[in-house]
Design a protein around this ligand. Structure first.
Ligand SMILES: [Zn+2]
Length: 669
C-alpha cells in the first residue's frame, strides 16, 4: 500500500477512535494566556526545554552522541541507561509541543537535525536501539531488561506527535520502518518472544501509529502484546535475566483477569494506559472491565494524597514476587521511604486521561489534576533546571535508607542531571502539553476538564468552528469565567468539571442562576443555543482543609495533610526555627489556616499561615517513657508540596501529627 495514501487526512483529527466518549482536541488548539499554566509553559519554552537540550545534546547527557556514534559520525561508546534513546525521544516530543504552540522555526530546524542523525543511526531493516547497536554484550531482543520496547514506544509516540504537529514525514518514516520490523518479529506466535517486553510503552506507541496511519496491523500487534502477558509460565530464561519476574512486570495474571495493581508502577501504568488505548479502538468489554477494576484499585487503595504511586523502592507482591519501584499492599503507605517516581505519577495521570476519554466522568480528571499540581510538578524545581526522581511525602536528613541509590534516584535535593533520566523529559513533555488536556470534545459539545486562563480555538465533532476563552486565577482562586466567542447556531452542551473537593459552588450564565445542578465529582452540563458573548461564571470557594487517611493507613494515624483546592501543602524546615526537625512539628487543630498570595515567592504561590506547635521535650532511644508532652507555639506557614526544596537543603513533611483542644472535640454537649 502506498504510505502517502494510508496517511489519510481524516486520521489527523484523532477523532476516529470509536469507543471514546470524550475525544482529544487537536494539539495546539488550546493556548494558555496568563496565570499558573501560562507561566509554567513559558518556563518550559524558555528554560526547561533549552536547558534539557544542552544537557542531552552535550557530553553530560550524551543522548544525541549515542545516535551520532551509531550513525558513524562520531567516535565513542554508548553512555547512559538502556532507555536513554527513549528519554531523548520524550525530549523531542516536548520540543515538538512547544513548536506547536509557538511555531518558532528554530525548534523545527533543531528537530530536523536530530531526526537526520537518528535516521542515519537506524539500520537498513529498521532496527534502532543505540544501547544494543553500540554494545557487543548482547544481541537484538535477547534480554528484555535492555528496554527495547520502551525506546520503541517513545520513538513511535514522539514521531506521531511530530507528524501531526508539523505535517512532516521525516520522523514518522523512521517510526514506520521500525514498527514494521517489530511486526515481523513479534506478531508470529513464538514462545521465545512471548514474554518479551519489560516496559510496555510500545503498546501506546503502536496504537498511536495505527491512529496516524490507519493500518490495522499496528493495532493487532499492540493487542498481541497485551494478550501475551500472563500467557506463559513465569520462570527465568535467557530473555528475562537481570530483573525480577512475575508480578514485577505484570506477567503473572493476564490483564483481563487482574484485580490488583502489582509490580513496577511505571510498567504497570504504561501497560494499563496502552490497554486503554487498545480498548478505545476495539471496545472489548473484558479489557475495560479489568481497567476499571485496576483504576479503582490504584486510586482508592494504593495512591498517595499527592496523586503519587509506587510505595516502595524494593518490596514484594502478595504472590511473593520480588518487585522494584512499585506497588505494595493496599493501604501500606510509608511517607519517608515512598518511591513515587515522577514517571509513575505522570503515568497515573496519563492512564486517567485515557479513562476520562473512555468514560467521560470527572473522577478521572480529578486524578489528572491532583497529579499535575502535586506529584508531577514536585519533580522539577521552580527554576526549571533541577529534578527529583523520587517524590516521598516526608524528607529527613541523614536518616534515609537506600543510601546506595541516593545518587541515582533518591536524592535529598533536586539535581541538575540524573543519570537515570527518564523522569525529567517525561515531566517536561507533560508540562508542554497540559493545555491539550484542558478540554475534550463530546458528541454534543465540549467539556472543560482543567481550569486555567486560556483560549480555545477548535472544531466540534461535527466540524463546526468553536471558540471560547477562559479567565481565572486558578489554582489560587476558584472563580472561573468562560466567554463564548464563536459557536454553531444549533444547541451544544458545555460541561464544566466540578472537582471532587468543591463545596457550595455557584454557576451563573450571563449573571443569572439557571438552576443547573452542581454536584462535586461530576460535570455540570449546560445545554443550549449559545451566542457570542455568553458568559459562564463558575465560582468554587477554596478553603484550606485538613485531610486524614483511611484508618487502615497506619503510617498516617493521628496525622493530617492540608489541602486547598487541588493543592496539597507541606511544611519545610526553612519555615521553622533553626535546629528544629520536621518531626518536632505538630499542627494545632484549633489554629486557623490563613491564605496569602505571594507573587514573588517560589514562582508565585499561596501560602497558608498558621500557628504550629513545636515539641520541646525530646526523649532518646527507640522506645521512651511517655507523658504529657511540652509544646511551644510558633507562627509559620505551609507551602505547596510541589514548591518544596527550592530554598536549600530542607526537611519536609506532608502529613503532620495534629493536636486538638480536648474541650473542642468532646461529643458531649
Ligand atoms: Zn522516571
Amino acid at each position: 500500500m502506498n504510505l502517502d495514501q494510508t496517511v489519510a487526512k481524516q486520521n489527523l483529527d484523532k477523532n476516529h477512535s470509536p469507543n471514546l466518549k470524550f475525544k482529544n482536541v487537536d494539539y495546539g488548539d488550546c493556548k494558555w494566556t496568563k496565570g499558573f499554566w501560562a507561566d509554567k509553559f513559558k518556563l518550559c519554552e524558555e528554560v526547561m526545554v533549552p536547558y534539557m537540550g544542552e544537557v542531552l545534546c552535550g557530553d553530560i547527557g550524551h543522548a544525541l552522541n549515542n545516535f551520532k556514534i551509531a550513525a558513524g559520525e562520531k567516535q565513542g561508546e554508548h553512555k547512559g541507561m538502556f532507555w536513554h534513546d527513549g528519554d531523548f525521544y520524550k525530549f523531542m516530543e516536548a520540543k515538538t509541543y512547544v513548536y506547536g504552540q509557538t511555531k518558532n522555526p528554530n525548534l523545527l530546524e533543531e528537530l530536523d537535525e536530530y531526526i537526520g542523525i537518528i535516521s542515519r543511526a537506524q539500520e537498513k531493516d529498521g532496527y534502532l536501539q543505540t544501547q544494543i547497536q553500540l554494545r557487543s554484550e548482547v544481541d537484538r531482543y535477547e534480554n528484555r531488561k535492555y528496554h527495547e520496547m520502551y525506546n520503541t514506544g517513545h520513538l513511535l509516540i514522539s514521531a506521531c506527535v511530530h507528524y501531526r504537529i508539523t505535517g512532516q514525514r521525516n520522523f514518522l518514516d523512521i517510526a514506520i520502518k521500525h514498527a514494521d520490523l517489530l511486526h515481523t518479529i513479534f506478531m508470529p506466535d513464538t514462545k521465545h518472544y512471548g514474554r518479551f517486553g519489560f516496559n510496555q510503552t510500545q503498546i501506546m506507541g503502536l496504537v498511536e501509529l495505527y491512529r496516524t496511519l490507519g493500518d490495522r496491523k499496528y493495532l493487532d500487534l499492540a493487542e498481541k502484546f497485551i494478550n501475551n502477558r500472563g500467557k506463559y509460565k513465569v520462570e527465568h530464561h535467557s530473555t528475562t535475566e537481570g530483573y525480577p519476574i512475575g508480578d514485577m512486570v505484570q506477567e503473572r495474571t493476564p490483564l483481563r483477569e487482574s484485580n490488583e495493581a502489582v509490580g513496577h508502577a511505571v510498567l504497570a501504568l504504561y501497560f494499563y494506559a496502552g490497554a486503554a488505548d487498545v480498548y478505545a479502538e476495539t471496545g472489548e468489554k473484558a479489557l475495560i472491565d479489568a481497567l476499571d477494576r485496576l483504576w479503582e484499585n490504584v486510586t482508592n487503595k494504593k495512591m498517595y494524597v499527592t496523586g503519587a504511586v509506587g510505595q516502595t523502592h524494593y518490596g514484594a507482591s502478595a504472590n511473593r514476587d520480588m518487585i522494584e519501584e512499585g506497588f505494595l499492599d493496599a493501604y501500606m503507605m510509608p511517607n519517608m521511604t515512598a518511591y513515587n517516581e515522577t514517571c509513575a505519577n505522570l503515568c497515573n495521570a496519563m492512564f486517567s486521561y485515557r479513562m476520562l476519554g473512555i468514560h467521560g466522568e470527572s473522577k478521572y480528571a480529578d486524578i489528572m489534576e491532583l497529579v499535575l499540581y502535586n506529584s508531577a510538578l514536585s519533580g522539577i524545581s521552580v527554576a526549571g533546571k533541577e529534578y527529583f526522581y523520587a517524590n516521598p511525602l516526608r524528607m529527613l536528613h541523614n536518616t534515609r535508607d537506600y543510601k546506595a541509590h541516593e545518587n541515582v534516584t533518591e536524592t535529598p535535593d533536586r539535581e541538575p542531571y540524573l543519570s537515570c533520566f527518564c523522569c525529567p523529559p517525561n515531566l517536561v513533555r507533560t508540562i508542554a502539553t497540559v493545555s491539550d488536556w484542558a478540554y475534550s470534545l463530546s458528541e454534543d459539545g465540549i467539556s472543560v476538564n482543567l481550569y486555567g486562563s486560556n483560549s480555545l480555538d477548535t472544531k466540534l465533532t461535527d466540524g463546526s468552528p468553536f471558540k471560547i476563552s477562559q479567565d481565572t486565577e486558578y489554582p489560587w482562586k476558584g472563580l472561573v469565567k468562560i466567554t463564548v466567542e464563536e459557536c454553531r447556531k444549533s444547541a451544544i452542551e458545555i460541561c464544566l468539571r466540578i472537582p471532587v473537593w468543591v463545596e457550595n459552588a455557584t454557576l451563573l450564565l450571563n449573571g443569572q442562576d439557571i438552576g443547573i445542578p452542581i454536584i462535586s465529582g461530576s460535570y455540570a452540563k449546560i445545554a443550549r443555543v449559545w451566542k457570542k458573548g455568553d458568559i459562564i461564571t463558575l465560582d468554587m470557594p477554596m478553603t484550606a482543609r485538613l485531610v486524614e487517611g483511611h484508618p487502615r493507613i497506619e503510617e498516617v494515624r493521628n496525622q493530617v495533610a492540608v489541602k486547598r483546592g487541588p493543592i496539597v501543602y507541606c511544611i519545610e524546615t526553612p519555615d521553622l526555627p533553626p535546629d528544629n526537625s520536621i518531626l518536632d512539628v505538630y499542627l494545632n487543630g484549633d489554629s486557623e489556616l490563613q491564605v496569602s498570595y505571594h507573587p514573588d515567592f517560589l514562582g508565585g504561590i499561596c501560602t497558608l499561615e498558621t500557628e504550629v506547635l513545636l515539641r520541646v521535650d525530646k526523649g532518646e532511644g527507640m522506645y521512651r517513657a511517655s507523658g504529657r508532652p511540652k509544646f511551644e507555639p510558633y507562627k509559620t506557614r505551609l507551602i505547596p508540596y510541589f514548591a518544596w526544596s527550592n530554598r536549600g537543603q530542607a526537611e519536609m513533611t506532608v502529613f503532620i501529627p495534629i493536636i486538638w483542644n480536648t474541650d473542642s472535640i468532646s461529643s458531649k454537649p
